[in-house]
Design a protein around this ligand. Structure first.
Ligand SMILES: NC(=O)c1ccc[n+]([C@@H]2O[C@H](COP(=O)([O-])OP(=O)(O)OC[C@H]3O[C@@H](n4cnc5c(N)ncnc54)[C@H](O)[C@@H]3O)[C@@H](O)[C@H]2O)c1
Ligand SMILES: O=C(O)C[C@H](O)C(=O)O
Length: 330
């Protein structure tokens, strides 16, 4: 049985994400959890004639939703409005994510957990610290979903270089998931016939870093990216299922993970000095098969990574200290 649970399934991301996951032939049970309207969304999706069973679970049924989960995807929480940073969402979303992680620790401690809720740079540390506290933490099984940055990168490159085939060319994005912490590695675009000038790379990098703001502005108070995020979330979930259920080898995605204890992470621990970082990761039967070392960076990318490190350090500390009691300074 491959049970995938979507927490926040009735939301702007949750609904289209659940629709996309309903199309997977690897999922046997799709469980939709939300504090509102989950049974309605589940009833609707359950009429689709693909193999998976669909169930809906309201706010008092978290245990039932999570029991026997293979994978839990978490897009629960509030989105940005114009003028807000992702970090502004921390005060509401931190406790939502903490409570869901506590549920995972109790009811499905071996599940893969995919965190979409912002601020990802801090919510992933929250999940990991909850699991550590419960003695069920496996760093190979928790992922911050940064796939939207990867999807945006290839789309935006294609928009100025039509010869670049966006769905056939994956661009590595390292760092984290907010503004300056998003560092696309555009110097490695090697597809024949496509080259970017330094000025093009600079403009594209800025657009990718602040792509989320474009959507927040265009939606004008009605939320942030939902449909493109659902696409990106389904892509990451499907890659993980391909690797873990079907046993497909060599699948690589950029994702934000806890470095310590993950296979192959030593080089990036040394390069970043951080406990969490987004980079290319090879997926396997247990989740992370191998954290891939940072690629060779251009001087400009190196400078951007240095800026990202400073911001990430604060974001990570904020998430960790939400769960871990920091001893008073002597
Ligand atoms: N990682 C990324 O790249 C990325 C991209 C886009 C959005 N996001 C983030 O995803 C989150 C969700 O965005 P959205 O547009 O779907 O928001 P939304 O408000 O449309 O939906 C959120 C859903 O979460 C539900 N929810 C709230 N508290 C819950 C709880 N305790 N348990 C279960 N469900 C709960 C709500 O009822 C709602 O249905 C936001 O934090 C947003 O910033 C992340
Ligand atoms: O921008 C946001 O707040 C949502 C999301 O993180 C995005 O990148 O679109």
């Amino acid at each position: 049985m491959v049970k995938v649970v979507v927490c926040g399934a009735a939301g702007g991301i949750g609904q289209p994400l659940s629709l996309l996951l309903k199309q997977s032939d690897l999922i046997t049970h799709l469980a939709l959890y939300d504090i509102v309207n989950a049974p309605g969304v589940a009833a609707d999706l359950s009429h689709i004639n693909t193999p998976s069973k669909v169930t809906g679970h309201g706010k008092d049924s978290l245990a039932e939703a999570l029991k026997d989960a293979h994978t839990v995807v978490i897009p629960a929480g509030v989105p940005r409005k114009p003028g807000m940073t992702r970090d502004d969402l921390f005060k509401v979303n931190a406790s939502i994510v903490r409570d869901l992680a506590e549920g995972c620790a109790q009811y499905c401690p071996k599940a893969f957990i995919l965190v979409i809720s912002n601020p990802v740079n801090s919510t992933v540390p929250i999940v990991c610290e909850v699991l550590k506290k419960a003695n069920v933490f496996d760093p190979r099984r928790v992922f911050g979903v940064t796939t939207l940055d990867v999807v945006r990168s290839s789309t935006f490159v294609h928009q100025i270089k039509p010869a670049f085939v966006p769905h056939a060319n994956r661009i590595t994005v390292v760092g984290g998931h907010s503004g300056a912490t998003i560092v696309p590695i555009l110097s490695h675009i090697t597809q024949k016939g496509v080259s970017l000038t330094t000025e093009e790379i600079k403009t594209l990098t800025h657009r990718i870093q602040y792509g989320g703001d474009e959507v927040v502005k265009a939606k004008d108070g009605a939320g942030s990216a939902t449909l493109s995020m659902a696409y990106a979330g389904a892509r990451f979930t499907n890659s993980l299922l391909e690797a873990s259920v079907r046993g497909r080898k060599g699948l690589v995605e950029s994702t934000y993970v806890h470095l310590g204890g993950n296979p192959g992470a030593e080089a990036n621990i040394a390069a970043t000095g951080l406990a969490y970082f987004a980079q290319d990761v090879e997926l396997g039967p247990e989740g992370v098969a191998k954290v891939l070392a940072l690629p060779k960076l251009s001087a400009e990318e190196d400078a951007l990574v240095k800026i990202a490190l400073g911001e990430l350090k604060g974001n990570i500390a904020k998430g960790v200290s939400f769960i871990v009691d920091i001893p008073a300074k002597l």
